[in-house]
Design a protein around this ligand. Structure first.
Ligand SMILES: C[S@@+](CC[C@H](N)C(=O)[O-])C[C@H]1O[C@@H](n2cnc3c(N)ncnc32)[C@H](O)[C@@H]1O
Length: 347
């Protein structure tokens, strides 16, 4: 229990400014043994503040009229009455059974539409070079970045690309990326994930929403808009392991266009051996037929990937790997914000 108290206290100090609601709640929960006790059902590695908060948020999203909701910036339709901490403690303790069920079975999940910015410029380069693209996104989660051809981009400076889309994301750029005149088309796409989220399933979508911090209102609203768009476009994510699925997926893609594999913040979940196998599989495919791979990962977390050798950078680096006539080239393109807010081209 002392270790849990410490985790919540540390969280409170770390996020008191950046996420005031969760900062305040963490400080309170650290002193509430009955709430901390709920966490004993979670696997040891998952006994972390964000899991408790996601579980409570998940239940609250289904009860948006509850007085606690008025204290959540993303849900508040009026000013909250009473003490936020009191409401929170009462809310979770009176829902102890569903809380325990969520804490025992879930882990936090993210899928960030802003990360489409990572693919805009590489896809522009590739479309220009090879024509229609057929994309295989590995570790796709709910497949939201598969929406990259269907959203608009407010590139600053640069202007708006894809103004007709119902959803636009801001992309602050430094450097001189190749600005396309229109959003690069993707002729066919599919996602794979070890635990895919089905965007047509309300409960699964609610968990994805619950994992967004309520203080980040814009992110929360953008996620809802992205889910609606994903439903409208029938985004497809199949269950499959990164290494075991990629070869068949590339074969399927090839009949629709030039195959482009994309990986964003998934390779760090694999063991070093499995990452080496993944690279080996793409090298083998690329030695026989043309292939491209857009990597958006942290070099420090994934040193086995092309271009990451010897780098200690924790930041997300976007790298384009191409195999043409059996020859592999690796081009580092940019560093970028973890959710894609900015792209620092050529760095
Ligand atoms: C941090 S999320 C990133 C999701 C998405 N690529 C993005 O950038 O928003 C990592 C995803 O990788 C998936 N994943 C983890 N290990 C995997 C594996 N061995 N094969 C396929 N997917 C995996 C997880 O289930 C999760 O959905």
């Amino acid at each position: 229990m002392i270790e849990l108290e410490r985790r919540f206290d540390e969280f409170a100090r770390a996020f008191e400014v950046g996420a005031p609601l969760y900062g305040k709640l963490a400080a309170r929960v650290a002193r509430e043994p009955r709430v901390l006790g709920l966490m004993s059902v979670a696997p040891e590695t998952q006994r972390i503040p964000v899991l408790l908060f996601a579980a409570a948020h998940h239940l609250l999203l289904a009860e948006a009229d509850h007085p606690l909701a008025a204290h959540y910036p993303n849900l508040a339709r009026r000013d909250g009455d009473g003490d936020t901490g009191d409401h929170f403690v009462d809310f979770v303790l009176t829902r102890a059974d569903p809380m325990r069920e969520l804490l025992a079975s879930r882990s936090t999940q993210t899928n960030e539409i802003g990360r489409c910015n990572w693919f805009l410029f590489p896809f522009a380069i590739l479309s220009e070079e090879v024509g229609p693209l057929a994309r295989v996104d590995i570790g796709s989660s709910a497949g939201l970045t598969l929406l990259s051809p269907h959203i608009g981009y407010d590139v600053r400076p640069g202007g708006i690309i894809g103004a007709e889309s119902s959803l636009a994301i801001v992309c602050d750029v430094r450097g001189q990326p190749p600005l396309p005149g229109r959003v690069p088309a993707v002729a066919w796409s599919i996602g794979f994930d070890a635990s895919p989220i089905d965007v047509s399933d309300d409960d699964e979508v609610r968990w994805l929403e619950a994992c967004v911090w309520p203080d980040h209102v814009e992110r929360f609203e953008r996620l809802r808009a992205a889910v609606s768009l994903a439903r409208a476009h029938g985004v497809v994510v199949e269950r499959g392991d990164a290494v075991d699925s990629v070869e068949d997926a590339v074969t399927r893609a090839r009949s629709h266009g030039h195959p482009v594999v994309t990986t964003s913040w998934v390779m760090s979940y694999l063991t070093p051996m499995r990452r080496t196998e993944f690279v080996g599989t793409l090298d083998r495919i690329g030695s026989i037929s043309d292939l491209s791979w857009v990597i958006a990962e942290s070099p420090r977390e994934t040193p086995e990937l092309p271009g990451h050798e010897g780098s200690d950078e924790l930041i997300t680096v976007v790298t384009l790997v191409t195999w043409r006539a059996g020859h592999r080239s690796v081009r580092r393109l940019a560093t970028t914000h973890p959710h894609g807010n900015w792209v620092n081209w050529g760095s």
